[in-house]
Design a protein around this ligand. Structure first.
Ligand code: FES
Length: 355
């Protein structure tokens, strides 16, 4: 892990203040959080301060963010030095993060690194013209397009030494460059022998909504040709839709319910049911003798949970405590199991009383 410390004092700027635009933006970020929780905006403010400072965080910028959020400077310093997205020393106009993790290395990242060392120099140093600096980082999540680098906010993938040299040439000359794969791939689709997703319409937007159009066209066609009427006319009159005799249940009338009775203008409860409910001779009887005698739930004598010993069940009862007796030399402690030393001068009898 790299040592992350602030840049030397001789290259630190003397002051920092957010520009009016960034000041207004910062206020908007802070307003997203409840009163007293403005520290939650620390990362977004540090990020904006880094952008304003040319890609790195001077000490004065960290202090300014701390003052704005009413935080102790050391707290903000901890955040800035912890997250590697914050650069603590100046970087080039094009800050190259080179992926040196296994998939990229297996695909030729070592050769990309040699190009960087030859053209830019050691990592963490800005090139003489101020345009480039680079840093080796862990996987950037684009392994399907290895080897790759991130330059400022963009990924450049499927690199070879030739395409990477060309990329650096174009950036140095201020020419426009293409982000993403540099070998003609659209994304991370198979590179050779492509058999699917080859229709150019998939990528030009012309197929958006095509399925809806097709259904609409088919609906119009059906109406025009009278296919729907023909389909209805083909069903024989009086034909049976199902075959109840073949074992399928026949649809039956819904059971009489309070709702159906009320709908028919009758009382919701049938008079015969009401009479039966009020007949005490038909009420459920409870034996007063057995009512209060709670019957214990049946239990197995086997349990997965440790239970106290049951001498009556034939289990042995230990006649001595199984814990070590303090003050007993290890050689005399019959019940000692862990071999640890006991406290001298304290003894415990069989009833667990200390003296
Ligand atoms: S290993 Fe390089 S992007 Fe994942």
């Amino acid at each position: 892990m790299a040592v992350r410390k602030l840049a030397p004092d001789d290259i630190q700027p003397k002051s920092f203040a957010f520009s009016p635009e960034n000041e207004a933006w910062a206020e908007g970020q802070i307003a997203k959080y409840p009163a007293g929780r403005q520290a939650s905006a620390v990362i977004s403010l540090l990020w904006r301060a880094q952008e304003q400072s040319g890609g790195w965080l001077p000490r004065r910028a960290i202090e300014a963010v701390a003052a704005k959020l009413d935080m102790a400077t050391i707290r903000v310093m901890e955040v800035a030095t912890f997250y590697t997205m914050f650069n603590l020393e100046p970087v080039g106009k094009y800050f190259i993060q080179f992926c040196g993790t296994t998939p990229c290395v297996l695909r030729g990242a070592g050769d990309i690194k040699k190009v960087l060392e030859r053209r830019v120099g050691e990592q963490n140093h800005v090139s003489a013209d101020g345009k480039f600096s680079w840093l080796e980082v862990e996987c950037l999540g684009a392994c399907c397009n290895a080897p790759m680098v991130q330059i400022n906010d963009d990924y450049y993938e499927d690199l070879t030494t030739e395409t990477f040299e060309t990329l650096l040439d174009d950036l140095a000359a201020g020419r426009p460059v293409k982000t993403g794969p540099q070998n003609g791939r659209h994304a991370s689709e198979p590179q050779d022998d492509i058999k699917t997703l080859q229709d150019p319409k998939l990528y030009d937007g012309s197929m958006i909504g095509a399925w809806r159009k097709r259904f609409e066209e088919e609906a119009v066609k059906t109406a025009d040709t009278g296919e729907a009427a023909a389909a209805t006319a083909s069903v024989p009159e009086g034909g049976k839709a199902a075959k109840p005799p073949a074992g399928r249940p026949e649809e039956s009338k819904a059971a009489e319910t309070p709702a159906t009775r009320a709908k028919a203008g009758e009382t919701p409860i049938h008079p015969a049911d009401r009479k039966e409910a009020s007949d005490p001779s038909k009420a459920t009887k409870i034996d007063p003798e057995t009512q209060d005698k709670a019957k214990p739930a049946p239990q197995s004598d086997k349990s997965y949970v440790a239970t106290p010993s049951k001498p009556e069940a034939g289990r042995p009862v230990p006649d001595a405590p199984t814990t070590p007796i303090a003050g007993t030399p290890p050689s005399d402690a019959d019940t000692r199991r862990d071999g640890s030393e006991s406290k001298p001068g304290v003894t415990v009898d069989k009833d667990n009383k200390t003296s």
